[in-house]
Design a protein around this ligand. Structure first.
Ligand SMILES: Cc1cc2nc3c(=O)[nH]c(=O)nc-3n(C[C@H](O)[C@H](O)[C@H](O)COP(=O)(O)O)c2cc1C
Length: 219
């Protein structure tokens, strides 16, 4: 089911969203205090030094109708399968609306009233590489992903961004990650159209595999 977009939203999507501006970043006072990691473990329980952390929503999404698994989650699973990484799904303590129009509204409200993340990564110190997945929202990272980045110390780690989108590509988000986490290295990102992830998983998997191989994450 394709929903009819508001004129402004339709224009943004047609323009690849790059001209639509980024929402103001919430101030430090508005975001939760960092969660300190306890202890310095050598390895995670699964023995992997790689984490795939991602935010992704099912239900109604642009171009793909009502879906059971979010577009970004599909890509996250492909990456985790290929690398043997652990996974962490970034979820809000409050449920998101099931409609696309509802999401458009809530995503704007969140910019001034950031969501809280349910659960924590148990041992962030055990990971040296974090694949970070998100949908592009308003040409930017969703606010909840910014909250995630401010909740841990990523010093010395490599963050490798991947996103799904409806025309914007990565839309400058690697630079935003660098701004939020100046002491981390940010790897080459991957952008996959949401409709490709949802409707053509083989093609998405091929893109993921060549990107992982180029980055030296798989042979
Ligand atoms: C609130 C909201 C804002 C969006 N803004 C953009 C955008 O600026 N550019 C773009 O290409 N796609 C945009 N999209 C489309 C999503 O990036 C795309 O549908 C994505 O694949 C959804 O991933 P998910 O199912 O993992 O949540 C937006 C979607 C929503 C819900």
């Amino acid at each position: 089911m394709k929903r009819i977009l508001s004129a402004a939203t339709a224009l943004c999507l047609m323009a690849g969203m790059t001209a639509c501006g980024s929402p103001a970043r919430p101030s430090a006072a508005e975001t939760p205090a960092p969660t300190p990691d306890e202890g310095l473990a050598e390895e995670t329980t699964a023995g992997s030094h790689i984490l795939v952390a991602y935010f992704s929503l099912a239900n109604e999404q642009y171009e793909v109708g009502v879906i059971e698994m979010g577009n970004t989650e599909i890509v996250a699973e492909i990456i985790a399968d290929a690398t043997g990484a652990d996974t962490f799904k970034i979820e809000s303590t409050e449920e998101y609306p099931a409609t696309y129009d509802g999401l458009l509204e809530v995503s704007r409200q969140e910019e001034n009233d950031p969501p809280q993340i349910a659960g924590t990564v148990e041992n962030m110190d055990g990971y040296d590489t974090i694949f970070l997945g998100y949908p592009i929202w308003w040409g930017d990272l969703p606010t909840i992903v910014k909250v995630f980045l401010r909740s841990y110390d990523f010093t010395g780690k490599t963050i490798v961004p991947f996103c799904t989108h409806a025309g914007s590509g990565l839309s400058g988000t690697p630079g935003t990650i660098e701004d939020i986490c100046p002491d981390a290295s940010v790897g080459e990102g991957l952008a996959i159209r949401g409709s490709t992830a949802q409707n053509d998983r083989d093609s998405a998997a091929q893109s993921v595999e060549s990107w992982l191989a180029d980055g030296g994450y798989i042979d």
